[in-house]
Ligand binder design. Structure first.
Ligand code: SAM
Ligand code: SF4
Ligand code: SF4
Length: 387
């Protein structure tokens, strides 16, 4: 295969508004790559999971993601014309599915802020894999608008969802979202989602030492036996604005020990290849997993790298394909779409981009320049490419 790949644009947060370079449609046409569902990257990893950011805006200002001091009223959010339309998103998603994607997650920013998001859900729910099955379609939300949206999302074809919730204590929660949003409304949103038949529901809790780690056990108590799967996420060094320090990370192994002082837990096998969470089930008196009591998960992106089977790609709000959460550049698919590229062109471009992928940031973290250091490249923000 020729070494050149389709055009890249640098996606530094303050360079996003530059006009992308002209598309290399001519090159793509000279090097077609048809879809056969067997696409692999340079490390033999398939493409299975596509995360689509539908907005770079949010109604929360979690300090680990969109700190208020940076994401203020003067922050240059993307203008409407830069955003991919629902039709453009669906065209890209269709080619990714033809290349092997089996799971699509809508994210952001806050995805429920995107106007008429249910229309996009309808379009994505209609996609079929080469063997004719539906795609596992889900969404990650902060839950603020969920109470009013749950039924509409379900009717549009959403199957399940994940709600981010960093604590049950109202004061802690209001501090973490930094817009004084009450925890009760998120809990109402989770109930509405359950009542609408969106399930299984997962709850993601980012744990930051000294801020909300004392909420871990109350959260586990609250969700045990509820049917909701609670997952603890290690606070990550994504982007450049959250002031991450290793000392703020509570390793999953420590959390597991803390939880085991109150709950007997047994390790569970992964359900799918490339699963991000290590699963532990609440045990019954005989040490077996009690399915009614449920399970918890640990996403240990900092202390236990899981790059070796990472099968995830991320599509930014303006159509840049990112191959790693810690990437500092994306691959511009929008320019292919907007310069008359065909579906076959798009499929070839995605194929070449994925085939050349060699990312494994978490495995190399210790050897990388620290977040925000002058010697390191600026990484893209989580709110821009989604979690
Ligand atoms: N706004 C939605 C939400 O909060 O669920 C979707 C977008 S948010 C970027 C997706 C996920 O990323 C959330 O579960 C959030 O907690 C997680 N996240 C954001 N910044 C993070 C960080 N620095 N470390 C770990 N997880 C983070
Ligand atoms: Fe918004 Fe989600 Fe980021 Fe919090 S984690 S600021 S809710 S995008
Ligand atoms: Fe995947 Fe990059 Fe995270 Fe490794 S660091 S698991 S390659 S997204």
């Amino acid at each position: 295969m020729a070494e050149i790949i389709p055009p890249r644009t640098i996606a530094l947060i303050d360079q996003r508004l530059q006009v992308p370079p002209p598309p290399a449609v001519a090159w793509i046409r000279a090097n077609p790559m048809a879809t056969n569902g067997l696409l692999q990257d340079a490390r033999g990893r398939p493409l299975r999971d596509l995360r689509i950011s539908v907005t770079d805006r949010c109604n929360f200002r979690c300090s680990y993601c969109m700190p208020k001091e940076v994401f203020d009223k003067d922050y240059p959010y993307l203008p409407q014309r830069s955003l991919l339309s629902f039709e453009e998103i669906t065209r890209i998603a269709r080619q990714c599915v033809a290349h092997g994607v089996r799971k699509i997650r809508l994210t952001g920013g806050e995805p429920l802020l995107r106007k008429d998001i249910e229309v996009l859900i309808e379009q994505l729910a209609a996609l079929r894999t080469p063997d004719g099955t539906t795609v596992d379609l889900t969404l990650t939300t902060n839950g603020a608008l969920l109470k009013h949206k749950a039924k509409v999302l379900k009717a549009a074809g959403l199957q399940r969802l994940t709600v981010s919730l960093d604590g049950l204590d109202d004061t802690v929660f209001r501090t973490m979202n930094d817009v004084d949003f009450p925890v009760a409304k998120v809990l109402e949103g989770i109930e509405a989602a359950r009542a609408a038949g969106l399930g299984p529901i997962k709850v993601n809790m980012v744990v930051k030492r000294g801020t909300n780690d004392h909420e871990v056990i109350p959260m586990a108590r609250h969700f045990k036996g509820s049917g909701v799967v609670l997952r603890f996420i290690e606070y990550m060094d994504v982007g450049t604005t959250n002031g991450w320090r290793m000392g703020d990370v509570v390793p999953s192994a420590d959390l597991l020990s803390r939880l085991q002082t109150e709950f007997p837990l047994v390790a569970l096998a992964p359900t799918t290849a490339g699963e991000t969470a290590q699963r532990w089930g609440h045990a019954d008196g005989s040490g077996q997993h009690d399915v009614h009591a449920g399970e918890v998960g640990f996403i240990s992106s900092v202390t236990q790298a899981f790059c070796s089977d990472c099968n995830r790609a991320r599509l930014s709000t303006e159509g840049q394909l990112y191959l790693c959460l810690f990437a500092n550049q994306g691959h511009d698919l929008r320019s292919i779409l907007r310069s008359g590229g065909s579906d076959a062109d798009l499929a070839s471009a995605i194929g070449h981009i994925w085939a050349a992928r060699n990312d494994r940031y978490s495995e190399l973290r210790a050897a990388q320049p620290a977040q925000g250091s002058a010697s390191g490249p600026r990484r893209v923000e989580m709110s821009y490419i989604g979690g």
